[in-house]
Design a protein around this ligand. Structure first.
Ligand code: C5J
Length: 226
C-alpha cells in the first residue's frame, strides 16, 4: 500500500483505487483580481504560490489514473441559494451578484466563477458546484464518492482555513481519511494557513493528515499506482 511516510502526525497509507484528489475552489473569483476574494479586501496574490504545485499534482494524479474531482463555490443567478448574511458581506457594489470585471461576482456561469486556466478540469473529471464553504453541503459529492468507492481524500485548493477546512471537517465526520497538501492549499492570511494546517494534524490527526505534495506524488510513483 502506498504510504506518505513524512505526513503529520503519522504516516498516511492509502489505496489509489479508493482515493480521490479533491481540488477545492481554484476559481478566478478567489485567485484573480476583481473577483470575490478581492471584493472582501484580500490580497489575492497570496494564493498564487499554490498554482504550480497543484498543476504538478494534477499531472501526477492523472498519469496514474487517480480519481480527480474539482469544486467551485458559487450561487445561482437569482441568488436564491445565497443566505442573507453571506449576501450582505463586502462593500456596496462589491457583493455577491454585483457586476465586476470578470462578470457577476461568485455567480455560476460567469467568467470569474470558473476554474483558472492553469488547473482547468479535464473531460470526465467531475466539477461539484457548491453554495457553501463545505463541499458536502447541498451537493451530490457524498453520492459521487460512494459510487466510486472512495474512502480517502487528498485535498488541494483555497482557502486553507475556510473551504478546505470546512470540507475536511465534513469529510472526516463522514469517515474519509483526508490528507491535506500544505503547498497546494493557500490562504490570504499566512498565519491562518499555518495554524489551520496545525489544527488538522493536532491531537493525533483530529481532522486528518498534512504533507507536502511531492511526498504524496513520490509515493504514487514509487508504488506504481494503477
Ligand atoms: C472563501 C473559499 N474563502 N473557497 N471561500 O470564502 O475558501
Amino acid at each position: 500500500m502506498p504510504t506518505v511516510a513524512s505526513a503529520h502526525p503519522s504516516p498516511y497509507e492509502f489505496d489509489p483505487a479508493t482515493t480521490a484528489l479533491l481540488v477545492i475552489d481554484m476559481q478566478r473569483d478567489f485567485l484573480e483580481p476583481g473577483g470575490f476574494g478581492e471584493s472582501l479586501g484580500n490580497d489575492v496574490s497570496q494564493l498564487r504560490r499554490t498554482i504550480g504545485p497543484t498543476a504538478a499534482l494534477l499531472r501526477a494524479c492523472r498519469a496514474v489514473g487517480l480519481t480527480v474531482i474539482h469544486t467551485r463555490e458559487g450561487h445561482s443567478a437569482d441568488l436564491s441559494d445565497c443566505p442573507p448574511a453571506k449576501l450582505a458581506r463586502g462593500g456596496p457594489g462589491l457583493r455577491i451578484g454585483d457586476p465586476g470585471p470578470m462578470g457577476r461576482i461568485l455567480i455560476r456561469g460567469e467568467y470569474g466563477h470558473d476554474i483558472i486556466d492553469e488547473l482547468a478540469p479535464r473531460d470526465g473529471e467531475p466539477v461539484v458546484d457548491k453554495p457553501g464553504k463545505g463541499a458536502f453541503y447541498a451537493t451530490d459529492l457524498g453520492a459521487m464518492l460512494a459510487e466510486r468507492n472512495i474512502r480517502s481524500l487528498v485535498v488541494a485548493g483555497v482557502t486553507t482555513e475556510v473551504c478546505v477546512h470546512t470540507t475536511v471537517r465534513e469529510a472526516n465526520d463522514r469517515g474519509y481519511e483526508c490528507l491535506v497538501l500544505a503547498d497546494c492549499v493557500g490562504s490570504y492570511f499566512p498565519e491562518f494557513h499555518r495554524v489551520a494546517l496545525e489544527m488538522v494534524a493536532a491531537q493525533g490527526g483530529i481532522f486528518g493528515w498534512v504533507a507536502e505534495s511531492t511526498d504524496f506524488t513520490s509515493s504514487l510513483v514509487l508504488e506504481g499506482a494503477s
